[in-house]
Design a protein around this ligand. Structure first.
Ligand SMILES: *Cc1c(COP(=O)(O)O)cnc(C)c1O
Length: 409
């Protein structure tokens, strides 16, 4: 008899953004003329940079000619892109990563989920709370999270690392032993980032405890603080205990084009379930070669363009546009009397909800101002009492939204 994966039944509620979409659709049905402004899901709104468009067009033309046509490419990505990534994102910052440590993929969301295939049977996972729901849900699906405890508001086998106003939204080191620690900085949803000293403490913990850090720096381009770390590999020893995930989605508006990469250093070695000494780099290489056939050539040429000097300039301008929206939101919300966090190193504003109930605040904002945000509770227990607004809307819509909330922007 066929049986389905029972762990799916342990998932809580729908995917957060499906629930938001359901509530918005229901409101829209009751108020067909409503002019709803969306500051909920973290999707970008600016078009691709001109250099990317040119590169994409050129690559399409190459595909039209038998002499330059490309079929299957290397599963790990073309050398031209892996080299461009290393030069711009690592070598330029004095970090020694080699192109063959970079694995090009079609999304960081897929990568952070797929990487679990390399984990041993009894791996204990630590997650920040609040957290990007993908880390949590994919661990539930593989059975690593255990049962959901309603009273505790969490899964039994997950080590939660609360991120609160008290700790500046950077968690303390795990109090229970953890084998894998997911960190995301600059952070979604809080919009806050980590200092180099704080990151160093996590790297030292991982080296001492033979734990693995999964460092998601999808929002690296938005860092405004000159002292904030851009990569986990800026920290000595991180190449022996960390994997880094980056994405062009927020960096260069690739949410619909799809391109990301993971850096798995060759120095990263560990024990497997049978006591063998293994290389996670070799395992990931094997995994990607077997299960993945690479990112489209056209996409990789488009991606390559952002790592040129001109491309970098163009995407920084787009990032600055969103960060100006973030400043507008922070200033307006503060003026309206809200306590706000984030918005300086990431395009997210994390505000304290008056009254505490974040879904109630969601409904109120939708019903009275026709503005959609994201309730903090959707990101975990410690997210209750907070509400996420994104700076990814157009300037016009950001200003209109702030006018509705504050009377002025
Ligand atoms: C948006 C986002 C990503 C990017 O995912 P893609 O699949 O590359 O679009 C990764 N991590 C976090 C925390 C994000 O918010």
């Amino acid at each position: 008899m066929f049986r389905a994966n029972g762990y799916y039944a342990d998932l809580q509620g729908g995917y957060l953004f499906s629930e938001i979409a359901r509530r918005v659709a229901s409101y829209q049905k009751q108020h067909p003329g409503a002019d709803i402004i969306r500051m909920g899901i973290g999707d970008v709104t600016r078009p691709l940079a001109p250099c990317v468009i040119t590169a994409l067009h050129n690559a399409v033309n190459e595909m039209a000619d038998a002499a330059s046509f490309r079929g299957y490419g290397p599963e790990q990505g073309y050398d031209f892109l892996r080299e461009a990534i290393v030069a711009a994102d690592y070598r330029a910052r004095g970090i020694s990563i080699t192109p063959d440590e970079v694995f090009v993929s079609d999304g960081a969301k897929c990568d952070v989920g797929n990487i679990q295939e390399l984990f041993g049977r009894d791996t204990v996972v630590a997650l920040m709370d609040p957290v990007y729901p993908v880390y949590a849900d994919t661990n539930v699906m593989t059975g690593r999270a255990g049962k959901y405890n309603k009273e505790e508001g969490g899964y039994e086998n997950i080590v939660y690392l609360p991120c609160t106003a008290q700790n500046g939204f950077v968690p303390d080191l795990p109090k229970r032993p953890a084998d894998v620690i997911y960190l995301c900085y600059p952070n979604n949803p809080t919009g806050m980032t980590i200092t180099r000293a704080q990151l160093k403490a996590f790297v030292e913990y991982a080296l001492e405890n033979k734990a693995l850090l999964l460092y998601d720096s999808a929002y690296e381009i938005f860092i405004g603080d000159p002292d904030a770390p851009h990569s986990v590999f800026e920290i000595e020893g991180a190449n022996r205990c960390a994997i880094e995930f980056r994405s062009l989605s927020k960096t260069a508006g690739f949410t619909g084009v799809r391109c990301a990469y993971a850096v798995v250093p060759k120095a990263l070695r560990c024990r497997d379930d049978n006591g063998g000494d293994v290389s996670l780099h070799d395992m990931w290489f094997r995994r990607q070669s077997t299960r993945f056939n690479g990112v489209p050539y056209i996409t990789q040429r488009g991606a390559e363009a952002i790592f040129s000097e001109e491309g970098r300039k163009q995407i920084l301008e787009i990032a600055a546009y969103y960060m100006q929206n973030a400043r507008i939101i922070c200033q307006s919300m503060q003026k309206a009397g809200y306590t706000v966090y984030g918005g300086l190193n990431a395009p997210y504003i994390w505000l304290q909800t008056p009254g505490g109930d974040s879904w109630a605040f969601f409904d109120e904002l939708l019903n009275t101002k026709q503005i959609v945000g994201t309730p903090g509770a959707g990101f975990g227990k410690a997210g209750e009492g907070y509400f996420r607004m994104t700076a990814f809307a157009s300037r016009e819509n950001t200003l209109r939204a702030m006018e509705r909330i504050c009377g002025q922007a």
